[in-house]
Design a protein around this ligand. Structure first.
Ligand code: BGC
Length: 381
């Protein structure tokens, strides 16, 4: 009798343990679900045990959710891909640059162009497309930007510039193209005409809304200096090492400047009459003020540039520049975008920039004589 009671107790205890274990074990039991997808093959593990199970899987940088019905052993598991919580397609947002760092290191060593291409071009896994083009993905860039470089015989600077500027423009998340406008021939340099040509030719390529006119020897030292469309014409290069970080003079508009399309059209671009070094930027300042704009500038620590000094051959100063500056606002509606005469000799999309070789009509310049001609040793880019 005593034995049978003990046995009974044992049987009850075993039964009790089985019941307890069943209660604990059953709710947490889930079979592992094998997900086969053309893009991904992985094992998804359940995260909660409600009626519907949520699984997280990663497919090409995007988190998708898998939902299954409550799992019944031996029944096939139904898997359904669902969209994230909000219904309907999500609209792309305006791009917000989140990777800007402020002060940036300027590498002044001269690379070979092929090295820069291998660092930045899409052909080698980079982000820069043929022609020096970039467009952010997954968001809408605020504006379409053309960066125009008036150029001649500065191959070393161009390579340093491209290596430095593409990553910064991409962090700023601009939809942009870098256009190098090269002056053909040996006549003295006309920076302003090349700027006008760059503007007109850029608009033949695409519907750009903002323009930055950039000397190739100016290397940006702070990536927070925004190259997007300014509310007023904007001098971007405020603190330059060549001027000992001092702002040269109130009317200074050299180096790097930005405009919206409308602003540049309203001032009729730059004057075409400034041959040789200097004056054209002072004339542009007079036009900007003459058209009723005020000039905007970033803070000095943001508008900071280093000027490349090596491989720098400055053109002879333009002899008539002081005289021309007296008539800036009188000439501005007849001398500029609407009167520039040129011929595009060649247009090429290189991996990191668009190259436009232009012949200027120097014979229209009656104020110069043969002694003003300067020799140049043109070097292929
Ligand atoms: C010239 C400008 C130049 C400035 C700074 C002035 O005398 O006219 O073109 O940007 O000096 O070098």
């Amino acid at each position: 009798m005593i034995m049978s009671r003990r046995r009974l107790l044992l049987v009850w205890t075993i039964l009790f343990i089985i019941v307890i274990l069943t209660c604990i074990y059953l709710p947490i039991y889930e079979p592992k679900v094998k997900v086969q997808d053309p893009l991904v093959s992985l094992v998804a593990t359940p995260s909660r045990n409600n009626d519907q199970k949520i699984y997280n899987i990663t497919i090409s940088h995007q988190v998708s959710q898998l939902r299954t019905t409550k799992t019944q052993p031996k029944k096939p598991t139904t898997i359904q891909l669902t969209k994230p919580t909000t219904a309907g397609p999500t609209k792309p947002k305006l791009c917000e640059p989140e990777l800007l760092v402020g002060a940036v290191y300027c590498n002044k060593t001269v690379p070979r162009m092929q090295e820069v291409i291998e660092q930045l071009s899409v052909d080698y896994g980079g982000l820069t497309k043929k022609g020096g083009v970039f467009k952010p993905k997954g968001c809408i860039a605020k504006n379409k930007l053309a960066i125009i470089i008036p150029y001649r015989n500065r191959s070393e600077h161009l390579r340093i510039f491209l290596r430095h500027m593409h990553p910064i423009m991409q962090r700023q998340m601009h939809d942009y193209r870098i256009i190098v406008v090269e002056q053909a021939g040996n006549y003295s340099f006309n920076r302003a005409q090349l700027i006008n040509i760059g503007f007109l030719e850029a608009l033949n390529i695409s519907d750009f809304e903002c323009f930055v006119f950039h000397d190739v020897d100016h290397i940006l030292e702070n990536d927070k200096n925004d190259y997007g469309c300014p509310e007023n014409p904007r001098l971007l290069g405020v603190s330059v090492d060549r001027f000992n970080r001092r702002f040269p003079y109130l009317r200074y508009f050299g180096g790097v400047g930005s405009f919206s399309k409308e602003q540049f059209e309203k001032i009729n671009g730059y004057s075409n009459l400034f041959w040789g070094w200097g004056g054209e930027d002072d004339d542009a300042y007079n036009r900007i003020r003459g058209a009723g704009y005020s000039l905007s500038r970033p803070r000095a620590d943001v508008g900071r540039y280093m000027m490349l000094k090596e491989h720098h051959f400055r053109d002879k100063p333009g002899g008539n520049r002081h005289m021309l500056l007296k008539t800036s606002t009188k000439r501005m509606y007849t001398d500029g975008l609407n009167s520039v005469k040129y011929e595009v000799l060649k247009k090429t999309e290189f991996p990191l920039y668009t190259h436009i070789l232009a012949k200027l009509h120097e014979e229209l310049d009656t104020t110069r004589n043969a002694t003003d001609l300067i020799p140049t040793n043109a070097v292929a880019i």
